[in-house]
Ligand binder design. Structure first.
Ligand code: GLU
Length: 486
């Protein structure tokens, strides 16, 4: 038996940014293709000339590349089934449209807007669901020719069955039945000659040999129309898999008011692509265990359509942010530095400090930040003098009667510590605490506040080593002066 090669596609309409729902559809297609050694096609559905834009196409391409979802065929890559932008495929659609009209499966419709409006009103008055009457079905070829020669611009409609049912065999949802009674002779080409979505998508999927259509649930209701077009053209339809929606935490439709929804926004807010991919994979797919962290390779190995959920996935920014923090903690500091290198503060500090100093600061804070955008603030005290002390910290650690004694002892310790290294600093500090009959924490907390201005930082001794003896002494002295002024 010759197994057909899997060919799937992601077919966004370039009318906006790459939404996380779209990115997840792309990811599922990509994973499915990689899993089955298949081909992942990117096709831009830009037939809506008014709403499509070059800027949006570029944004979608950029977003997919950033996520690491490379396509085997499509814009920029090319391939033997091109062109991959619908706006460049008009001759292909014309050929199939003419075939359907010639076969009598589709027909020109010259009904004006007013005429259609009247039909709609009659349906409303009769409390019937509106369906186009099919009036132009009856036009003879002479009547059609006559109207065409008058310069009238018709739409093309497909002949839909009056009754019966259509069953969509969906790989995720099972068999879904639709009644043809509800379907009218719908438009497959507009009066400007451009195909409608349902027609173009069928022609493209068929002529690009797409084997599996994995797409958003919102297109399930279009599938009966598309199946009718396949049938009319005598073409074999692909297999369908409709992926459930992504809902907001309150289970409403995910929208702008729920914060970032596009890949570009997440990127700008300091999320790593591998974290977003990992998170999106788990939105509606599960391997069966509750493992959270997956690399793309691991996902490819485990992914299959059977494990995609039929119920909507609920989006949870906190989980994504937590995952992102985890990936940041594991990320190489060279990479982190290059990812934040466009930030103005980082640029300034890069000019002031050796690269290695910044890398070490990043190594210390990497596991404590949740997004890249938190990095400048997280390393600020390594690069700037302390402008202010945390208010609660001051009340707790600086207003104690022995605060000045403690910090003065620490200044001495800093001066006397033979090697200014974390391990030795720690030993000395614990010894000093014993001498002063205090707990180590009673030295560590005021020292942390004096050196960083904060109450919550990575390990104090590592911070001290990186700041260096001079800066530690200076900051401890500043803190003593500050406390005396309280
Ligand atoms: N262009 C359609 C959209 O962006 C997708 C069509 C499809 O996947 O069949 O929603």
């Amino acid at each position: 038996m010759i197994l057909q090669q899997v060919r799937v596609r992601f077919a966004p309409s370039p009318t906006g940014s790459l939404h996380i729902g779209g990115a997840r559809t792309a990811l599922f297609n990509w994973l499915f293709a990689r899993k089955h050694d298949g081909v992942f096609v990117l096709r831009l559905e830009d037939t809506d000339l008014l709403r499509s834009s070059e800027e949006s196409s570029a944004g979608i391409i950029d977003g997919l590349q950033w996520l690491g979802l490379n396509w085997d065929e499509g814009p920029e890559t090319g391939g033997s089934y091109g062109p991959y932008r619908q706006s460049e495929r008009l001759p292909v659609y014309r050929k199939y449209l003419e075939q359907l009209v010639a076969d009598g499966q589709a027909y020109y419709c010259f009904c004006s807007n007013e005429e259609l409006q009247q039909e709609k009103e009659a349906a409303r008055n009769g409390k019937r669901d509106y369906k186009y009457s099919g009036r132009c079905r009856e036009l003879t070829s002479e009547e059609v020719q006559q109207r065409l020669s008058q310069g009238l611009k018709p739409v093309i409609r497909i002949k839909a069955p009056d009754n019966g049912t259509c069953v969509v065999h969906d790989l995720i949802r099972g068999d879904v039945e639709f009644n043809y009674v509800l379907m009218d002779d719908f438009i497959i080409a507009k009066s400007d000659g451009w195909p409608t979505y349902n027609f173009a998508v069928v022609v493209d999927d068929a002529s690009m040999d797409i084997t599996h259509v994995i797409r958003a649930e919102e297109h399930l209701s279009n599938t009966p129309k598309q199946l009718l077009i396949y049938e009319s053209l005598g073409l074999t339809p692909p297999l369908f898999a409709h992926v459930s929606m992504i809902l907001a935490p309150d289970r409403s439709k995910l929208s702008k008011r729920h914060g970032a929804t596009s890949v570009q926004e997440f990127r700008e807010q300091g999320y790593l692509p591998e974290a977003l991919v990992n998170y999106l994979a788990l939105l509606g797919w599960s391997s069966g265990d509750d493992r959270d962290f997956w690399s793309l390779d691991e996902l490819v190995a485990e992914f299959d359509l059977e494990n995609i959920s039929r119920s909507p996935a609920v989006y949870d920014i906190e989980k994504l942010t937590w995952m992102n923090g985890n990936y940041l903690g594991k990320a190489d500091s060279e990479r982190l530095l290059s990812l934040v290198s466009n930030d103005n503060q980082i640029k300034r500090w890069s000019a002031l400090y050796p690269r290695d100093y910044l890398l070490q600061a990043l190594r210390l804070v990497g596991s404590r930040v949740k997004t890249l955008n938190e990095i400048p603030a997280a390393i600020e005290y390594f690069c700037e003098d302390i402008a202010a002390y945390d208010g609660k910290g001051v009340a707790k650690h600086f207003r104690k009667a022995d605060a000045v004694d403690i910090l003065t002892a620490l200044i001495e310790l800093v001066d006397n510590c033979t090697q200014f290294e974390a391990e030795l600093i720690e030993t000395r500090m614990r010894l000093q605490a014993d001498i002063m009959r205090l707990k180590a924490a009673e030295l560590i907390h005021p020292a942390r506040l004096a050196l960083s201005g904060r109450t919550n930082t990575p390990g104090l001794f590592e911070i001290m080593e990186l700041l260096g003896r001079e800066r530690c002494r200076q900051r401890l002295q500043n803190a003593v002066a500050y406390i005396r002024g309280l």
